[in-house]
Design a protein around this ligand. Structure first.
Ligand SMILES: NC(=O)C1=CN([C@@H]2O[C@H](COP(=O)(O)OP(=O)(O)OC[C@H]3O[C@@H](n4cnc5c(N)ncnc54)[C@H](OP(=O)(O)O)[C@@H]3O)[C@@H](O)[C@H]2O)C=CC1
Ligand SMILES: CC(=O)N[C@@H](CCC(=O)OP(=O)(O)O)C(=O)O
Length: 345
């Protein structure tokens, strides 16, 4: 059994990790932290876990995480970088759901997140945890930088086109919508029911921290300079993400060839579903499931290709992806514990 620790277990990605790991046949939940809820049984805070999770939260200063084989950080940016060096030195693998190790360039990280990096020596060894693009490196990794939720949709939608050299890398547009759980469980005015439930708005239009992360990753797949315009929106649903990606085709290519490109790219990827040409993927077709669905459109057969991408921000966009990485790191079947089908209706 893999002994698992979770730092930041009271938040949304933390409880989603618990839901997935409680059903995982190879995992023994060993430690879970909360700064405020020391001693509180997890199932008392989250009755959804009654009868399935029988440990209590511990204050981070009381828990010995070095007894774990792997520790997930479901914490705000800046927490994992403080603890990862010691854990790694003691042979504990680390999976960070925040951004501490996502951007290799320290200066870009510090400018984007406005915090000093306290473990820059680990940036090089950290592996970006997107299994569909980095599977072999993830298998060998000790430190995983789990991708952001929006970046997962943008990369899996744009990369096959960039790799094939079919689109203008300097003109990528991503118009993305997230459910409110994407902002986490902490209290904030913008996520109050009366602010977000009957409302729809863009945010971060002149610059969001996921733009440099995504652009740097996309750049790995083309020698042309990537220019990405990314506009996130907050949409009145709890879970779910819908990204509409626009790319300008630069080669003479048929719709059938484009569809085949995506089908071939994801043929052996259990958690990416390429839907029939012209489909309209719905966020609810992924709710609770570790699944990303996408579909292609080309209005008037012109030179603009549209890729529609949906996922559950908390599963394929965060905790499910993290468990997928854990499975790979420990030589397990990649899909272990991740077979839940989306809830309908
Ligand atoms: N929500 C989403 O859809 C996604 C989130 N992410 C990323 O995952 C991470 C967690 O997000 P989310 O679960 O939504 O956030 P939440 O705000 O819901 O939870 C954050 C958790 O971190 C703990 N925490 C906060 N500060 C510290 C600290 N200094 N030391 C130790 N623990 C701390 C809190 O617990 P307590 O106060 O009890 O100690 C809480 O359990 C973030 O970095 C986020 O950006 C990534 C992809 C998607
Ligand atoms: C709706 C909402 O607020 N979403 C968050 C993104 C959540 C996420 O994936 O982000 P990180 O792991 O990079 O923090 C935001 O835009 O800040």
């Amino acid at each position: 059994m893999i002994k698992v620790g979770i730092v930041g277990g009271t938040g949304y990605t933390g409880v989603e990790l618990l839901r997935l790991l409680a059903a995982h046949p190879e995992v023994q939940l060993t430690a879970i932290t909360s700064r405020k809820e020391d001693g509180l049984p997890v199932a008392e805070m989250y009755p959804s876990l009654r009868g399935r999770v029988d440990i209590a939260f511990s204050s981070p200063d009381k828990v010995d995480l070095t007894q774990c084989d792997v520790v997930f950080f479901a914490t705000p940016h800046g927490v994992a970088m403080a603890q990862a060096p010691e854990l790694l030195a003691k042979g504990v693998k680390v999976i960070d759901l925040a951004a501490d190790f996502r951007i290799k360039d320290r200066a870009v990280f510090e400018k984007t997140y406005k915090i000093d990096h306290t473990a820059p020596e680990l940036l090089e060894q950290a592996v970006y945890g997107l299994p569909e693009l980095n599977r072999e490196d993830i298998k060998k990794a000790n430190l995983i930088a789990n991708p952001g939720c929006y970046p997962t949709t943008m990369q899996l939608g744009f990369v096959p086109l960039l790799k094939a050299g079919l689109i203008d890398a300097g003109h990528l547009i991503a118009d993305c919508k997230s459910g409110v759980s994407g902002a986490g469980r902490k209290a904030e005015i913008g996520t109050l029911f009366s602010e977000s439930s009957d409302n729809f708005k863009a945010y971060g239009v002149s610059g969001h921290r996921h733009t440099p992360e995504t652009a740097a990753q996309l750049q790995r797949y083309t020698s042309d300079k990537v220019k990405l315009i990314f506009t996130p929106h907050l949409t009145p649903m709890i879970r779910g993400m819908h990204s509409t990606l626009y790319a300008r085709l630069t080669k003479d290519v048929s719709n059938e060839e484009l569809q085949k490109l995506f089908e071939d790219a994801y043929a052996d990827q259990p958690f990416v579903d390429v839907m029939p040409w012209g489909s309209h993927p719905e966020t609810r077709s992924t709710r609770g499931a570790n699944m990303l669905r996408l579909a292609l459109h080309r209005p008037d057969n012109g030179d603009t290709l549209i890729v529609l991408v949906v996922q559950d921000n908390l599963v394929k966009g965060a905790s499910g992806q993290a468990v997928q990485c854990m499975n790979l790191m420990f030589g397990l079947d990649e899909g272990l514990g991740l077979q839940t089908i989306a809830l309908m209706p």
